[in-house]
Design a protein around this ligand. Structure first.
Ligand code: KG4
Ligand code: ZN
Length: 334
């Protein structure tokens, strides 16, 4: 029975996992707090984690109908993320670990996203290519199995969710921008505006979204004031440009590696248009695509517990000295 704790950005989350099965999964979003500022304010995020973490952990335990004595280990995100937010979660996890004499595993948040599909589809076979598309990341990763990762490409500037959030702000939509853009896009034409597809040089599997974001900003400036129909067309065309870029990169990655199994992770992976486009491509190219349910796409502690479970059962955890040495790493890479 593993307790997972996740506080790398603006979700305070705790979950209980037993043999890969989610027993409870509590996510307290801070979106109401950051909405006012149009983005995550790191100082506020860490303060709210501190205020709420005990309550969230207690809820996870009580929903699972257990207390600390039933636990066999703790898995906590140690990076990448906001330093203050990470510290709040890691410090709490260390305290629980000392008090209840539980082994502690410090987990890479990206590994959580890579493995999150297994919470629903535990038998999806390796090797596969993982596309992590969230507010903080855009990474294409070759996965041979748990713990065996090779990054094929990553964003050189904005993360994909960040681009959605910035375009949402530009259009005066709510925060976070991703779900709002998806809603508006449903009424618009995906080919109304020819926004650039940032493929970078031939063969590259890296991404770049800042040029596309600037193209949207310039278009908005030129056409202002915008009517409802124009906003819908901009959202649909922006989405289309982003998703076509992802599909093109995925084609290259599949060709290069010979792998045709694909899993998705991160908040943007809950977008229904993205899922539809990738499923269509899957039919054309013989891909086997695996989407976690939206609740496991966004930041959650169940995926952290999952990544920790195998480490803890293989006794690959932080012993007492290592607990002291387990530190947050805001720029941790895979
Ligand atoms: O994975 P996540 O909860 O947090 C990070 O690890 O960053 O992802 C949050 C991001 C936000 O940028 C949000 O705008 C985006 O995911 N997002 C979406 C959708 N739902 C959330 N983007 C596009 N379409 C969506 N439906
Ligand atoms: Zn995340």
């Amino acid at each position: 029975m593993i307790l997972g704790i996740e506080t790398s950005c603006d979700e305070t989350a705790a979950a209980i996992l037993r043999n890969g099965k989610v027993i409870s999964n509590i996510v307290l979003s801070q979106v109401d707090i950051h909405q006012f500022y149009g983005g995550v304010v790191p100082e506020l995020a860490s303060r709210h984690h501190l205020e709420n973490l005990n309550r969230v952990v207690e809820s996870a335990l009580s929903q699972a109908e257990i207390d600390f004595t039933a636990l066999t280990g703790i898995a906590v995100t140690r990076g990448p993320g906001l330093v203050g937010s990470l510290l709040a979660g890691l410090t709490a996890a260390k305290v629980f670990s000392y008090i209840f004499k539980l082994p502690l595993a410090g987990i890479n948040h990206l590994e959580g996203h890579i493995l999150s599909h297994r919470l629903q589809y535990p038998d999806f076979p390796s090797p596969f290519i993982a596309l992590i598309i969230s507010g903080g990341h855009c990474e294409l990763v070759r996965v041979e199995g748990p713990g065996c990762y090779r990054v094929l490409g990553r964003t050189l500037d904005d993360a994909i969710g960040e681009a959605f959030d910035k375009v949402g702000k530009l259009l005066g939509l709510g925060y976070p921008g991703g779900p709002e853009i998806e809603k508006e896009a449903a009424r618009g034409h995906p080919h109304a505006i020819p926004f650039p597809r940032p493929f970078l040089e031939k063969g590259s599997l890296d991404f770049s979204f800042s040029g596309l974001k600037t193209a949207v900003a310039l278009y908005v400036k030129k056409k202002a004031p915008l009517g409802q129909e124009e906003i819908a067309d901009i959202c649909a065309s922006f989405q289309q440009a982003v998703f076509e870029t992802l599909i093109e990169k995925m084609k290259r990655a599949c060709q290069e590696t010979g792998i045709t199994r694909i899993v998705f992770g991160g908040g943007v992976a809950s977008n229904r248009t993205l899922r539809k486009l990738f499923k269509e491509e899957a039919c054309k190219n013989g891909w086997n695509v695996c989407f976690p349910p939206p609740v496991f796409c966004v930041d959650n502690a169940a995926m952290i517990a999952y990544a920790g479970e195998s480490r803890l059962t293989q006794k690959e955890y932080s012993g007492e000295d290592l607990v002291r040495e387990t530190i947050v790493e805001p720029n941790l890479r895979l």
